[in-house]
Design a protein around this ligand. Structure first.
Ligand code: TRP
Length: 333
């Protein structure tokens, strides 16, 4: 029996290199060996985009096309839409009795996100909704309603998994052993830095290269990327380790990386030339992904079918699990 893998993505924007190298490469490796559920977490996206439903709806399809374009195979991966599995919402309600408000407020991921909101929106950041505070409970339901055993996530999600395991233990101790504790699978690649040198590439930071970016967009972004600021003239020697252009060369132009590094250190390579070469390597890297994507853009009905079939398969699993949950809770009338 293949183990169940489950992960989720919030449909709030297209995939960028940070997603690709930080997470999706791992999914590609895992799709052959596991029973893979990939949740397009629209309900979770609505927790902080409830006033922008068009954005979430549009991105359900956008992100699915991105995931298909990078090579995830719908024969191996169940792509499903969270809101179409009402069992998740139902289980969230049952779990909400098993977790205290204080514990949610102490969850480091939630705490961080609240702090970020305060930074972005000032005092308005104080108005945290019940739904937002409770999204770790909903995520625990996401995972356990499919008996998710292995959960590929970034390290920012670890407190959410710990919270999930606590809920599982509490449930089992009250209602009898029904649920399995999920384990994380941490990404083997490191977090991708932004074009500005920020530790994280992110949409809100405006420092990302998207998988759908065309040549012009890629060129503009790379031309503005942060390089070694101590290098003034074209033939000054520089330190590639503080240069984002070199950093991206390492990601998409690894076969030439020694040349890039040595020439930079010796002052035999100007930044403009180096950026031009990176633009070419980056465009070549993105090209096959964008060609695959074009097929799905031209055939949206195929994308809808994939989401329908994945959702139907996911719903079956969720229904079976809910039977067990309700039996254990003595609400199987
Ligand atoms: N919270 C995750 C994120 O923001 C997305 C997500 C939703 C998820 N449901 C999940 C991740 C279940 C792992 C398992 O990236």
């Amino acid at each position: 029996m293949k183990k169940n893998i489950l992960t989720g993505l919030r449909p709030t924007g297209n995939l960028h290199l940070g997603h690709y190298f930080g997470a999706c490469q791992n999914y590609l490796k895992m799709q052959d060996d596991y029973n893979f559920y990939l949740e397009i977490a629209d309900v979770q996206a609505l927790t902080d985009n409830f006033n922008n439903p068009e954005k979430v709806r549009k991105n359900v399809v956008e992100i699915t096309m991105d995931l298909l374009a990078i090579g995830l195979d719908p024969k191996k991966v169940h792509f499903f839409i969270q809101s179409r599995i009402p069992e998740i919402a139902e289980l969230t309600v049952f779990y909400s009795n098993l977790v205290t408000v204080a514990r949610l407020q102490r969850n480091p991921t939630v705490k961080n996100e609240i702090a970020q909101k305060k930074e972005l929106f000032g005092n308005q950041g104080e108005s945290i909704t019940y739904g937002f505070l409770g999204y770790p409970v909903s995520q625990a339901a996401d995972i356990t309603v499919f008996n998710g055993e292995l959960i590929p996530v970034g390290d920012d999600q670890l407190p959410l998994l710990e919270q999930c395991r606590e809920i599982v233990r509490k449930f089992n101790s009250i209602y009898g052993k029904t649920l399995n504790e999920p384990e994380q699978v941490l990404s083997t690649t490191t977090r991708v830095k932004g074009l500005d040198g920020n530790e994280k590439m992110g949409k809100s930071l405006g420092n990302a290269i998207y998988l759908i970016d065309d040549v012009e967009t890629v060129s503009k972004k790379i031309m503005n990327a942060v390089t070694d600021t101590s290098k003034i003239k074209k033939d000054d020697p520089a330190n590639p380790d503080v240069c984002m252009v070199y950093y991206y060369h390492k990601l998409v132009n690894s076969k030439n990386i020694d040349t890039v590094c040595q020439e930079c250190k010796k002052g035999h390579r100007g930044c403009v030339q180096c950026k031009r070469e990176l633009i070419e390597a980056m465009t070549n890297f993105l090209k096959p992904i964008q060609e695959n994507r074009k097929y799905y853009e031209e055939h949206p009905e195929i994308v809808h079918n994939i989401l329908n079939e994945g959702t139907n398969a996911a719903k079956k699993t969720a229904e079976e699990q809910m039977k067990k949950v309700k039996q254990a809770m003595k609400i199987d009338y």
